[in-house]
Design a protein. Structure first.
Length: 259
């Protein structure tokens, strides 16, 4: 089933509002902004489906208009069910001049024999701020499904204009890849990617990267690395044993960016 979600923000005075929204089953969008005085538009992406099924194809298109700020969140873990052909998701996000976008979704949970390919293309303009995350679990760990999915392929690309700033290409194939090998997951079962880009002029991110690193050093049972990227960005990779812990770490990293 092909499912679509399109979001366009607008600006009224100093506040961001939902200017246009179009979605097909199983998607729904809810405004979860608690205070009317909050200038940030806070939306929750919801689904009436328990997860992605075989041959599902999700198309997500988000435009954050100039001078607006959007915080998009998810409702729950994204489950990927048993599949024969596989499921795909394509996400495109365009940030116009002076906009801010935050997206830290709940973890992906690939069930046994799940096959999934997800692509995200993120386009930045001048004076933009992007916070982006992804968490991938080994499967239903408490049920004994540890790396029993067929394939999980995630590609994330960040552009400034036509310039490619970052390309993260992650391919996980149990039976082909030995996840407990050195340089792979080793003893860990969950991983997270956290991206931060700020295209404002004269913004220096060295102190910010150090602040994120100090926080991660104090977190138990997590292995993490912080890297500066092209285009005034920071990439954080985390390995752990719990999706909840990594999800909470991403929320705290986002808060540290506002300090």
């Amino acid at each position: 089933m092909i499912s679509e979600l399109k979001i366009l923000t607008g600006k009224r005075d100093s506040s961001t509002y939902l200017k246009e929204c179009y979605c097909t089953r199983p998607f729904k969008v809810a405004n979860v902004r608690e205070e009317r005085s909050d200038p940030v538009l806070r939306l929750m992406m919801m689904s009436s489906s328990p997860g992605m099924l075989d041959k599902d194809h999700y198309q997500l298109d988000i435009t954050v208009a100039a001078g607006t700020a959007l915080h998009l969140q998810t409702q729950a873990y994204q489950r990927l069910f048993n599949m024969e052909t596989g499921a795909t998701q394509e996400m495109r996000v365009r940030l116009q001049t002076g906009s801010t976008f935050t997206f830290l979704p709940h973890p992906l949970v690939p069930h046994e024999k799940a096959a999934y390919t997800g692509t995200a293309n993120l386009y930045l303009a001048n004076d933009c701020r992007l916070i982006w995350g992804e968490i991938i679990t080994c499967g239903r760990k408490l049920n004994g499904e540890i790396f029993l999915f067929t394939k999980l392929h995630s590609i994330t690309q960040v552009f400034f204009g036509e310039q490619l700033l970052l390309r993260d290409n992650l391919l996980m194939q149990p039976g082909v890849t030995s996840f407990d090998a050195m340089g792979w997951m080793e003893e860990y079962t969950h991983q997270a990617t956290f991206l931060f880009f700020d295209t404002h002029e004269k913004v220096l991110l060295n102190e910010t990267a150090d602040r994120l690193h100090r926080y991660l050093e104090d977190q138990p049972r997590i292995l993490a690395g912080v890297t500066r990227t092209a285009g005034n960005g920071i990439m954080v990779r985390m390995l752990g044993h719990s999706g909840e812990q990594l999800f909470e770490c991403q929320q705290q990293l986002a808060k540290l960016l506002s300090v």
